[in-house]
Design a protein around this ligand. Structure first.
Ligand SMILES: N[C@@H](CCC(=O)N[C@@H](CS)C(=O)NCC(=O)O)C(=O)O
Length: 211
C-alpha cells in the first residue's frame, strides 16, 4: 500500500514528512494541492481531507492524519526510527518538534509567505518586522543548542531535525542567511550529506506561481 501525501512544494511542513518518507524509502506519492488558488480552504478539502484546512495530510489505507509532528510520530511506527530509542529520547525529540511548530517553523513559514507569495502592495511590513524579530530569537535558540551537537535531540537524525530544518532549506528571501549561524549551517550540511537527501523543490511539485 502506498502513502499519499497531500502537499505542495513550498510547504515546509509538507517537506518534513516528504523527507521522512523519502529517507525511509517508503512507497509514496504526492497528491498535489493547489494552495495558492485556495484549494486547502475549499469546502471539499475541509469536508473530505482536513477540517483544519491545512497541508500536509498523510493518507495510508483508512488512516488520514494531519499535523506534521503527529504524522512523523505515526510514520515512526511504520517506517523508521524518528522518535528515539528510549522514552527519554522520545520526550526530548517531542519537545523540539513542539518548539519548532510554535516558535521556528510556526514563525518562519508565515514570514516567508508574506515576503514572497503575496502581491507587493499587500505586504504587511509591520507584521513582517514583528515576525522577523521572533525568527531571530528562535534561530538564536537553535544556534546555541546546536553548539557541539550534530543532531537536535538524539545521536542521529530524528523528527526534531526533520521538523526544525525544513524551512531553512528554501531559497526565497525571508531574513535567514545560514552563513550567519555557523552551528545551524554545519547541522544543515549534516542533513544535506545524508544519503538520498533531497531539496524540497526536488521532492514536491510546486504550487507557486499559481497556474
Ligand atoms: N502545525 C501544522 C502547520 C501546517 C501549516 O501551517 N500548513 C500551511 C501550509 S505550509 C497551511 O496549510 N496553512 C493554511 C493556513 O494557515 O490557512 C503542521 O505542522 O502540519
Amino acid at each position: 500500500m502506498k502513502f499519499q501525501l497531500y502537499s505542495f512544494g513550498e510547504s515546509g511542513h509538507s517537506y518534513k514528512v516528504a523527507l521522512a518518507l523519502h529517507f525511509s524509502k517508503a512507497s509514496w506519492e504526492q497528491i498535489f494541492i493547489d494552495f495558492f488558488q485556495g484549494e486547502a480552504r475549499s469546502e471539499a478539502y475541509k469536508n473530505e481531507i482536513n477540517r483544519m484546512a491545512e497541508v500536509p495530510v498523510l493518507v495510508y489505507g483508512d488512516k488520514k492524519i494531519s499535523q506534521s509532528g503527529a504524522i512523523l510520530d505515526y510514520l515512526n511506527g511504520k517506517t523508521g526510527n524518528y522518535f528515539g530509542k528510549s522514552d527519554e529520547e522520545r520526550s526530548e525529540i517531542l519537545r523540539w518538534v513542539l518548539w519548532d511548530n510554535s516558535k521556528l517553523s510556526g514563525s518562519l513559514g508565515p514570514t516567508r509567505f508574506l515576503m514572497n507569495f503575496i502581491p507587493k502592495d499587500k505586504k504587511p511590513v509591520e507584521v513582517i518586522n514583528y515576525l522577523q524579530k521572533r525568527n531571530d530569537t528562535a534561530l538564536a535558540v537553535l544556534e546555541s543548542h546546536l553548539s557541539g551537537k550534530n543532531w537536535v535531540a538524539a545521536d542521529q537524525l530524528s523528527a526534531a531535525d526533520l521538523s526544525c530544518c525544513s524551512y531553512l532549506f528554501y531559497p526565497e528571501e525571508f531574513g535567514f542567511d545560514r552563513k550567519s549561524y555557523p552551528n545551524i549551517d554545519r547541522w544543515l550540511s549534516n542533513i544535506e550529506e545524508l544519503e538520498n537527501w533531497k531539496h524540497p523543490y526536488d521532492l514536491l511539485e510546486r504550487a507557486y506561481p499559481p497556474k
